[in-house]
Design a binder for this molecule. Structure first.
Ligand code: 5RP
Length: 262
């Protein structure tokens, strides 16, 4: 079945598979959200079931929690875990300093809290997520429903003084209704095209009343595992400046896919 994966799914899968090498017995591991993180959860589940890997997972969303339980990973809350050895998550964009845009799946708040509570954050991504400058992907901002239109107006006013190429904002929808996060909040997507000073924008956004968190992850990610459609992977470590190249020779494994079947 693995042989039927599209190049993009192959890239996500091999990044996730290589990231499993960082996971050791006894670890408390933050589990990200999204399609790439779902591959990671499936791969870790297989290691738990078949190799006896002993880990506890702290999910970053209700859907990751459900998948983790489905594949056999013991799940605990961040309050139970308190501090994590490692968090592995996807990203919508990463730049050369491993700063990120996250939140395409609407889970940025828990993702940022969990990643920040970890000794190490590792991002898994296909090569299409790499950018020179952050901002082509709309920046998600989580805001509370109360007075969200006022918060939106304040954000737009603030953006006019920022080093960005676009200033349009849009409330994320789920069909006809506003999208609601696991925390009961809304997401405003900022269509900025290019963010000249991401650090300044991240800090300024969080000063606006009603904003809970933004999807810029600055100085949080330590390592990115980049996957390619032909099975190659690169492990880039921002702290020691190394790049390791590798190739994942995956064997067909129905067990990895059982949660995808009817
Ligand atoms: C969810 C996220 C995801 O990590 C991000 O959207 C990447 O998702 P995918 O792996 O499906 O491309 O931040 O809030």
């Amino acid at each position: 079945m693995a042989g039927e994966l599209s190049p993009i799914d192959t890239a996500k899968f091999v990044a996730a598979k290589r990231a499993c090498d960082f996971v050791e017995n006894g670890m408390k591991v933050g589990l990200g959200t999204g399609s790439t993180a779902a591959w990671l959860v499936r791969c870790l589940g297989e290691m738990v079931r078949e190799d006896g890997l002993l880990i506890k997972g702290v999910p970053t969303s209700a859907r990751t929690a459900a998948l983790a339980r489905d594949v056999g990973i013991e799940v605990m809350s961040l309050d139970e875990a308190k501090w994590l050895d490692l968090t592995i998550d996807g990203a919508d964009e990463f730049d050369g300093d491993l700063n990120l845009i996250k939140g395409g799946g609407g889970a940025l708040l828990q993702e940022k809290i969990v990643a920040t509570a970890s000794d190490q954050m590792l991002v898994i991504a296909d090569i299409s997520k790499q950018v020179d400058t952050l901002g082509a992907f709309p920046l998600p901002v989580e805001l509370i429903p109360f007075g969200w239109q006022t918060s939106k107006a304040l954000i737009e006013e603030m953006l006019s003084a920022m080093d960005v190429l676009g200033q349009r904002t849009s409330l994320r929808m789920n069909g006809d209704a506003p999208f609601v996060t696991d925390e009961g909040n809304h997401i405003l997507d900022l269509h900025l095209n290019r963010i000249g000073n991401a650090r300044q924008l991240a800090m300024t956004l969080n000063q606006i009343p009603g904003i809970v968190e933004n999807g810029l992850f600055m100085d949080i990610c330590d390592v990115v595992v980049v996957g390619y459609g032909d099975g190659r992977v690169e492990v880039r470590d921002i702290n020691d400046g190394t790049v390791q190249e590798d190739r994942i020779n995956f064997v067909e494994s129905d067990n990895l896919f059982f949660d995808l079947m009817d």
